[in-house]
Ligand binder design. Structure first.
Ligand SMILES: [Zn+2]
Length: 377
């Protein structure tokens, strides 16, 4: 991966290159990059830059032997660590068990998240893990002399998946062998072991600006400009989400939402029950996207009050819908709804029972629309 293949993030690229040029690179870095902002691509490009034998002002040369190996993700001094699942019960898996799948995944979905990866290796509902065995493997790998490059690099993707066994790595992170780089690529700061965080240099990656994202959707994913603008508006700087929204037509969510609000308003219990059953079967990721879709729509509805409609990249259907929502709920009600949707997202991520969750959420929305205090549930 070359820096030039990455969407935006020019400041981070420059910062990483400068740290090497000026010989002040930290030996343990956490790249904190929210979902869909390019943390993994940045890490891959930086690793290739470090091993490149003919470094250029804007990154690796892309042509030398080291670059050729790094670009295929087979350079012997670039080690990868990432969450995995046991192939069969009782297995103690290490990341390299999935090396072939990993190489395929980072080529196919460099902006993917841990969920995408775990589905890619067939985890279904199993939780991924960076295991104690993996930590031992890392310690072993980094104790070896580097093979071809001046540097030895461990790129760990999603250190959030390290449990307390991650503490086995502390000594190595604190006193690494010479020319060793720990490059941890994370999405959620709160989920990284504090003991690791306190020993690393933190670099924060920002969400992609809308215009950068629109341009990338048009040039990389061949999306029509109007659609690209709409997806970029909703995805709020998250390239993965923009692609996801485009692949899973908004129309479905729109229809789903319209029905939901309709049943809530008419108090149609049996239809509502059926609706909840349908949503419960959609799967966690889809439920989350649906809730986000509603949140984004509410945000846009709120904005509609204050700015010129023509400035918003909105479909006609959605603009109509937003206008209707404005009549149904005032500012305070919309904010309450957003809070409830946010909290529902949180629980969906944590595997809450979907039927109970959407049932309770429907009741809460009924109360909010009727301007009655929300019951404790
Ligand atoms: Zn090179």
């Amino acid at each position: 991966m070359l820096f030039s293949n990455i969407i935006g993030q020019e400041d981070i690229k420059e910062q990483l290159i400068n740290s090497v040029v000026q010989n002040r690179m930290s030996h343990a870095i956490v790249l904190l990059a929210p979902e869909g902002t390019g943390g993994l691509p940045l890490g891959l490009a930086f690793a290739q830059y470090l091993v490149c034998e003919d470094k250029q002002a804007d990154g690796a040369c892309g042509k030398c032997q080291a670059c050729i190996k790094a670009a295929k993700y087979i350079h012997p001094d670039i080690h990868f660590s990432y969450p995995v699942i046991p192939r069969k019960p009782g297995d103690k898996p290490v990341s390299t068990d999935y090396a072939a799948e990993w190489r395929e995944f980072i080529v196919a979905q460099p902006y993917g998240n841990a969920y995408d990866w775990l589905q890619f290796i067939g985890a279904e509902n199993k939780q991924g893990n960076i295991t104690a065995t993996e930590c031992q493997d890392i310690i072993h790998k980094l104790s070896l002399k580097s093979f071809e490059s001046q540097y030895k690099i461990l790129l760990m993707w999603m250190p959030e998946y390290l449990g307390n066994e991650g503490n086995r790595l502390l000594k190595l992170i604190e006193e690494p062998p010479p020319n060793t780089l720990f490059l941890l690529i994370a999405e959620n700061q709160e989920q990284i072991l504090a003991t690791i965080l306190s020993r690393t240099h933190l670099i924060k990656v920002n969400p992609l600006p809308k215009e950068v994202m629109v341009e990338a959707l048009i040039s990389r994913a061949q999306i029509a400009p109007a659609k690209a603008r709409q997806a970029a508006t909703i995805a709020a700087g998250n390239y993965r989400e923009a692609l996801y929204l485009l692949q899973n037509s908004d129309d479905d969510y729109h229809e789903l939402l319209r029905n939901w609000l309709n049943y809530i308003f008419t108090g149609n219990r049996s239809a509502l029950q059926e609706w909840v059953d349908t949503v419960a079967k959609m799967g966690r990721e889809n439920q989350k996207q649906f809730l986000r879709y509603f949140i984004n729509l509410l945000e846009h509805t709120l904005r509609l009050k204050y700015i010129d409609k023509s400035l918003l990249a909105f479909s006609e259907e959605e603009t109509d819908f937003a206008a209707k929502l404005q009549k149904l709920a005032n500012l305070q009600q919309m904010e309450l709804i957003m809070q409830e949707l946010d909290s529902a997202c949180y629980y969906v991520e944590r595997n809450a029972n979907a039927k109970l969750l959407f049932h309770a959420l429907s009741i809460k929305l009924q109360y909010i629309f009727k301007k009655r205090p929300i019951p404790m549930m």
